[in-house]
Write a protein that binds this ligand. Structure first.
Ligand SMILES: C[S@@+](CC[C@H](N)C(=O)[O-])C[C@H]1O[C@@H](n2cnc3c(N)ncnc32)[C@H](O)[C@@H]1O
Length: 418
């Protein structure tokens, strides 16, 4: 591998590419793009430093930045590929057109937290590495259909949990590592502190129709995450069991429940193997809010949910709508990133922050389930489907394509056969 120092032209090229890539973000922050790009102060604040530039023989250039937590703007992966003519802001994976194992140095770029208009971001000591061309997909398409899965290392401290497969083992580690940043986000929203008093903060009215009368009933929440729903149900008087694969997620939730004075039973378990829970234990099983995309086998997942339900009990699945999961990241147009019927697994190498998918060392796997997959998995779980609803059409701040007008949530309610 040959390396050389970045030239002024490289830096200029990267600076301009960066400006183009940042355009939608900066425009949103400061008004018109024309003003921004001519803004001398802004250009002077744009310093590039200490990033390793990777240049392949086709003159593709990629470089990586991760955000400094606490700052306003976040830039994840910028990969400039001339044959595609546009710089791409990707996330979640290193560009696959670099040979596996090639050195890619990630670095932090800092953006002023005083306002979204300022940033410092530098490239004064860059080196260029020449690589042979490899025609693997680019960052946005770097989701691999047949990922090179490493066998999970044995970790004696963690062996008390039975993890059903290697995808879930990777995801469990990923969520353990991401739990602190997830907790900080939930703290910022503050919903977990109040959802036991006002369940509508955590549950949509479409869901509450099925949950208003849970007082005194036993309810399991699968993939409980931030536990906002768990606390809402506890506030409604239910005896709640909160189940999650991540020990750290459970630890955070346990301490929050203690702070709120709520009685919750916490169980660390993989949703596709709930063998620590007996058959026909619960009146209601609630699951959703972006759990299914982490799960490799929807039928086993809902099959286990059906098994732990009492006859006549309700299985409530309220998931992020699959129609929202197929788009490329873009501020202004909808363009398919992946085929609706491609279930994955999609492999990412992620940094701890779950939501922003900055590139990093944590392996994670996501899956895509179609509407029909959800329905058939519920029907196979021993439940009759008694209700289906799609709700919500607004776009949340973390969603990265203009999906307003598409359904946000898919609610399916099954009743356990008697
Ligand atoms: C995005 S959160 C969804 C829950 C909640 N809506 C939230 O926003 O926190 C995903 C949660 O599912 C958990 N999870 C992922 N895979 C799981 C599995 N196989 N079994 C149990 N929990 C799982 C993760 O640990 C995480 O807490």
């Amino acid at each position: 591998m040959k390396t050389r120092d970045a030239t002024a032209a490289d830096i200029d090229f990267l600076a301009n590419a960066f400006l183009r890539a940042m355009r939608p973000y900066i425009t949103a922050a400061r008004g018109s793009w024309d003003q921004v790009k001519e803004d001398r102060q802004f250009r002077e604040q744009l310093h590039l430093s200490s990033t390793r530039i990777i240049l392949d023989e086709g003159n593709s250039v990629g470089f990586y930045m991760t955000h400094d937590e606490g700052h306003d703007l976040e830039l994840h992966t910028l990969c400039i590929v001339p044959e595609y003519q546009t710089p791409r802001l990707g996330h979640g994976s290193r560009p696959a057109n670099y040979r596996p194992g090639s050195e890619v140095q990630t670095r932090r770029c800092a953006f002023s937290s005083q306002g979204k208009s300022r940033c410092t971001f530098a490239l004064s000591t860059a080196r260029i590495c020449r690589h042979q061309r490899d025609r693997s997909p680019l960052p946005d398409e770097a989701r691999m259909k047949s990922p090179p899965v490493r066998p999970a290392a044995k970790d004696p401290d963690r062996m008390s949990i039975k993890v059903a497969n290697r995808f879930h083992e990777a995801n469990r580690r990923r969520w353990d590592a991401g739990s602190a940043s997830w907790a900080r986000r939930a703290d910022t929203r503050g919903i977990w502190k109040r959802s036991h008093l006002d369940p509508s903060l955590a549950l949509d009215s479409a869901e509450l129709k099925w949950l208003n009368d849970v007082a005194g009933k036993s309810v399991a929440v699968l993939g409980s995450g931030d536990n906002q729903v768990v606390f809402a149900l506890a506030g409604l008087g239910a005896k709640v069991t909160s189940i999650d694969i991540s020990e750290h997620q459970i630890e955070v939730a346990r301490s929050r429940a203690a702070l709120l004075g709520l009685q919750v039973n916490f169980v660390r378990s993989d949703v596709i193997d709930l063998s620590s829970l007996a058959d026909a234990t619960f009146d209601v099983v609630y699951t959703g809010g972006y759990v299914a995309p982490w799960v490799s086998d929807l039928r086993r997942y809902y099959g286990e949910a059906g098994r732990i339900l009492k006859p006549g009990g309700l299985l409530i699945v309220s998931e992020y709508h699959p129609f929202r999961r197929v788009w490329k990241r873009s501020p202004s147009s909808l363009e398919l990133r992946s085929n609706y019927f491609d279930r994955g697994p999609y492999r990412f190498e992620a940094a701890p922050d779950v939501l922003y998918h900055a590139p990093g060392e944590l392996e994670q796997f996501e899956f895509h389930w179609t509407v029909a997959d959800y329905i058939t998995a519920i029907l196979a779980s021993g439940c009759q489907l008694i209700h289906a609803e799609e709700f919500g059409d607004a776009v949340k701040d973390w969603e990265d394509a203009p999906m307003a007008g598409l359904p946000r949530s898919l609610l399916l309610v099954g009743r356990r056969d008697g």
